[in-house]
Design a protein around this ligand. Structure first.
Ligand SMILES: Nc1ncnc2c1ncn2[C@@H]1O[C@H](COP(=O)(O)OP(=O)(O)O)[C@@H](O)[C@H]1O
Ligand SMILES: [Mg+2]
Length: 256
């Protein structure tokens, strides 16, 4: 079964999508068959990977029409990279599941089939938790929480960890959790203060990789080209390379 990595934080704008795109593309570029599951209605991971989200059937069609996964997963950029958007009827998914509880079983079976078909699955979670992201997170082997280096991040992180624990209670898995600092700027006092505070309070969860603030990460997503392809030498991409290896090392430790 594939290794499922959820990128989650109920705070928006912290770097979830940027992390999903770059870690996912790096895994694929190194020959690991990878699916980025774009669970956000906004579809930023899909467009950031250069795929037009408007006309794609997506997960909604797999769930509501039984369309095979091979037909809804969109190939992008390299042989081993795919993105699966929510799809045209995405706004209907949660309501359909509420009206037809059996759909929940079908959704879980889709997640199982995704994990069987891809070596790595990256879940780009939306800021608001609902039926769909909750069900997806319960399937994850690993949860990576990007935290922006700004005030109030600590409160948000505490709340997020509590939420995760609630979600995982009663589930079949207790995934490992890693916190990654994003948009770090060593020249900003408050960025450094927040880093020190997070190190003090969350040391066991904190990953060694720190993602710096790097405008190339932002501009490449807007262009629909992953930064790891557009600017492989950039500081931001080097940091994402470290993050990807750190997550893989965690996986190896779990396995053995
Ligand atoms: N390390 C970074 N340096 C500079 N800009 C970043 C960085 N990470 C993310 N951004 C930008 O910040 C905004 C929010 O990032 P995004 O990944 O979309 O967050 P989320 O998915 O958590 O809402 C986007 O405009 C993105 O391009
Ligand atoms: Mg996002």
């Amino acid at each position: 079964m594939g290794y499922v990595i959820a990128i989650a934080n109920h705070k928006g704008g912290v770097g979830k999508t940027t992390s999903a795109i770059n870690v996912g593309t790096l895994l694929a570029l190194t020959g690991r068959k990878t699916l980025i599951l774009d669970l956000d209605l906004q579809g930023n991971a899909t467009s950031g990977l250069g795929v037009r989200k408007e006309d794609k059937p997506g997960l909604a069609s797999a769930l509501l029409d039984n369309t095979p996964l091979a037909e809804v997963a969109c190939p992008c950029y390299c042989d081993d990279l795919f993105v699966l958007p929510l799809g045209r009827r995405s706004s209907a998914i949660e309501e359909e599941i509420r009206n037809q509880p059996l759909l929940m079983e079908r959704l879980e079976s889709i997640f199982d089939r995704i994990a069987a078909a891809w070596e790595y699955v990256i879940l780009d979670c939306p800021p608001a938790f609902g039926i769909l992201p909750n069900a997806a997170i319960r399937q994850a082997n690993y949860t990576c929480i990007p935290v922006q280096c700004e005030f109030f991040s600590i409160e948000g992180l505490t709340a997020m960890l509590k939420r995760l624990q609630e979600l995982q209670t009663g589930g079949s898995r207790t995934p490992r959790t890693g916190v990654v600092l994003t948009m770090f700027n060593p020249e900003e006092d408050h960025s450094c203060q927040v880093r020190t505070e997070i190190e003090r309070h969350f040391a066991p969860l904190l990953l060694k990789s720190v993602i710096p603030r790097d405008p190339i990460l932002s501009s490449s997503t807007t262009l629909g080209i992953p930064a790891v392809i557009q600017a492989p030498e950039s500081r931001g991409v080097r940091a994402y390379l470290e993050l990807a290896w750190e997550i893989l090392r965690n996986e190896k430790q779990e396995a053995g």
